[in-house]
Ligand binder design. Structure first.
Ligand SMILES: C[S@@+](CC[C@H](N)C(=O)[O-])C[C@H]1O[C@@H](n2cnc3c(N)ncnc32)[C@H](O)[C@@H]1O
Length: 243
């Protein structure tokens, strides 16, 4: 089992909780980063993993009507949507979506601007969902509500797939802070010189299993050197308890 950096046994014991300063606005950060975003997919040490994951993703959504959350520049859309019946790729940033729209895409792909935290206005029903490198940016305290909101847009028995990073020293950006809720942060500099503190969590299999619990069926975890994937089937509609 892979325990994430956020889990109790994680490697962050030496990082101070630090002051509760607000982190960079994620939408603004990715707007500024849109043009250079795909450099992250050119890191030499990650190429073997990426090819394996692209192949792994193909066929997961065959014949499905898929809602993609935070599609960014569409790196995964191309692969995930290949055999889908219908694929709605959403993101809040026009800047990242413009890059995705400019790429050759499978015929099933449509785009829409949507806030991942406010999915109600989207038209249609879906029997699958995909989110690449989004889970890690959701504050731990928002995850239950976000999962409920996502599941509410899906048919019973829908399939959900999420992909994200494992923390790999020397390849991942260093973690610079952990807040009182257990969220971890990285300090990142963009090409325009701006510096951003970005919330980026590194959960492990146990964290997702504990959070999703009996709300989901057929939970499966796959990991590569630099990445992990989790998939599950949406189960009974039991919302997380509200604080
Ligand atoms: C790490 S990128 C992931 C992009 C793409 N899924 C990938 O894996 O390459 C995070 C994306 O989340 C988008 N984003 C940030 N806040 C959002 C929100 N509230 N709703 C929807 N998308 C959001 C950003 O515009 C960015 O494209």
């Amino acid at each position: 089992m892979n325990l994430g950096v956020n889990s109790a046994a994680g490697v962050l014991a030496s990082v101070d909780a630090g002051p509760a300063t607000p982190a960079t606005d994620l939408v603004d950060y990715y707007r500024r980063r849109a043009e250079s975003y795909e450099r992250i997919y050119h890191k030499p040490e990650r190429q073997a993993d990426l090819r394996a994951m692209e192949a792994w993703l193909r066929g997961r959504f065959a014949g499905r009507r898929v809602l993609e959350i935070a599609c960014g520049t569409g790196w995964w859309t191309v692969h995930g949507a290949r055999d889908a019946l219908d694929w709605l790729a959403t993101d809040l940033n026009e800047e990242t979506t413009a890059i995705a729209r400019s790429k050759p895409m499978p015929a099933s792909v449509r785009f829409a601007r949507a806030d991942a935290y406010a999915l109600e206005p989207l038209d249609g029903r879906f029997d699958a969902a995909f989110a690449g490198f989004w889970w890690s940016h959701v504050p731990l305290q928002r995850l239950p509500r976000w999962i409920d909101a996502l599941h509410a847009r899906l048919d019973a028995g829908a399939r959900v797939v999420v992909l994200d990073n494992r923390y790999v020293p020397g390849s991942s950006s260093a973690i610079t802070r952990r807040d009182a809720a257990g969220n971890t942060y990285q300090t990142r500099q963009l090409d325009d010189g701006s510096v951003h503190e970005v919330l980026k969590n590194f959960p492990g299999e146990a964290d997702l299993r504990a959070l999703l619990g009996t709300r989901v069926r057929e939970f499966a975890w796959t990991s590569w050197t630099h990445y992990w994937a989790a998939s599950w089937t949406v189960g009974a509609r039991t919302p997380f308890p509200r604080p």
